[in-house]
Design a protein around this ligand. Sequence first.
Ligand SMILES: Nc1ncnc2c1ncn2[C@@H]1O[C@H](COP(=O)(O)OP(=O)(O)OP(=O)(O)O)[C@@H](O)[C@H]1O
Length: 599
Amino acid sequence: MKSPPHHHFASFFKEQKDLQPFAYAVSRQLAQGSVCLDLKEKPSADELFEGFQEDPMDLDLQEAVEKLAQSDLVYKQTPENGEGKINLPFALAGNNFYITRYYNYETQIIEGIKSLISKGQEERQGRLRKLKESSQFEKLIAGRETSKEVGTDWQLLAAAMAFLNNFSIITGGPGTGKTTTVAKILSLLYEENPDLDVKLAAPTGKAAMRMKEALKDNAQVPEDFRESIAALEPFTLHRLLGPKYQSPYFRHDAKNKLQADVIIVDEASMIDVALFAKLISAVKEDTRLIVLGDQNQLASVEAGSLLGDLCNSVKDRNRYSAEVLRDLKELLPFYELQENRDESELLQDHITELQFSYRFQKHPEIGRLSKAIIINNEKELGSFYEKTYSSKEIEIDPEYDQKLLHEFIEGFSEYIEEKDIAEAIRKLNKLRILAVIRRGQQGVEGLNEKAEKHLNRKGLLTTGKTFYKNRPVMVTKNHPDLNLFNGDVGIVRPAEDDPEKMKLWFLDEKGEAKSYPPGLLTDVETVFAMTIHKSQGSEFDSVFMVMPKTEELALLTRELLYTGITRAKQNLKIQGTIEVLKTAAKAMVKRASGVRDRI
Ligand SMILES: Nc1ncnc2c1ncn2[C@@H]1O[C@H](COP(=O)(O)OP(=O)(O)OP(=O)(O)O)[C@@H](O)[C@H]1O
């Protein structure tokens, strides 16, 4: 298949015959989510340059790579010439071939992390002393989880490590307590400095808001700091960095750094390399940067799977370097912590993996299914597919029974019948239909249509007009001026003063309903159903997930299935054939990047 944008890009290098096919291939890989072209796996030339020309490529790949390395447009990274910022169009680092911009993003990320780590190390002994004297830390120790099923309280360890260091990643599945850990970290930091400048951020407005709300409602937030924590303002990463009109650059960058003592970034699996590079370049080295996310979730739509790559750069997580282990043993003598013997792992003391899901404790079947998906445990998955046991939480329907879908759709009556608008939006957000694709019967569009028709038939909706009463709508663009963001969900209801005039209603930061004239928001879509991609960063009590009927989809991956399943907090129904589910569980997203090798 011809791919004009990649041919167009490669045509800039048509004078360089040895380079041109690689330019084509790296552009194609970028579009598929990789940061670079991985030459290590030695695919055949035909596979690598698929679509570049109609005739098969008559070319020895090894020779071609050697010639590529000779090109004067390609920077060769060697131990001698280092990893500085470069300005040739391409870079070759080991087996990875990059468009330079992406090579530079990785360099910025690695250098940014290194500088935070090294500044944190200078402070560590002083911070260690403070932690030993901290009454808040004493309280965390006293209240630590001691149950057998939880084992080591990694939340406590994560809080200590985030206090001691300037760069921390906290990863874990749904309900493992990432937000709770943030509350613990903030209690330690506020105790030390009541005027602490904290920035809460996430890639989407919705996710940022969700973190704020989860923090506000979290029972573990100590009383003394509840007010400060509840008052924190959530930012999208874009708003935090300060967008410039019609420019890919931000107001805050390496020359104009962000003013903050602590920056907490949630839903980091959704951040692509470009945005993370821009963020980290704008973080002062004495700021604490705390990154939260679930590394098993879908990666960003743009290039890279950065959180996963950073996490996977440490083989045995929750182990520590000898030096840090000594400190931790002094601090937490009751734990038998392990030493990490791989001294070359830069992030060994900077990643904590939370392992126990408080949410799945209450809903073990969704937990069991999601864990089985992560490692593609075929036997375990089989017990779900073949219904060898009866489940209250999960139902898999390979027959696509319309009755099941209709029953679920009738659940929307709760928000439709709710008089209070804010409450209606909250009720709408308790359930969602999730789809893999947009078009067709099993796609978002077909499912939205089915929901509208069924609710119409039941007399719950009258769907003639575009903005019919109770239409559930999702914003598909960021409107920072209106404080509405891509993915925000609201409903159509009459204006307060005119029952004939329809308005779009969304929840504001205080959880109150706020109205907007439809003319102001032309980019909204109906949202009984949404794609799994869009659902990232949201959770629902009940999810109805519809798989496409064909297995031939590149989109169908383990990460997608896992993300969809873990959006459900209490109930999950899946319509899909066993073949499609098996195909998805087997297919892991492969995105080439150099971060793991370079860090
Ligand atoms: N140490 C703990 N003790 C008791 N309950 C806890 C603890 N940690 C978390 N929880 C409970 O588990 C639930 C999920 O916690 P939290 O929101 O912190 O997890 P999360 O990893 O941020 O979740 P999500 O993936 O939903 O964002 C909350 O109800 C919280 O109160």
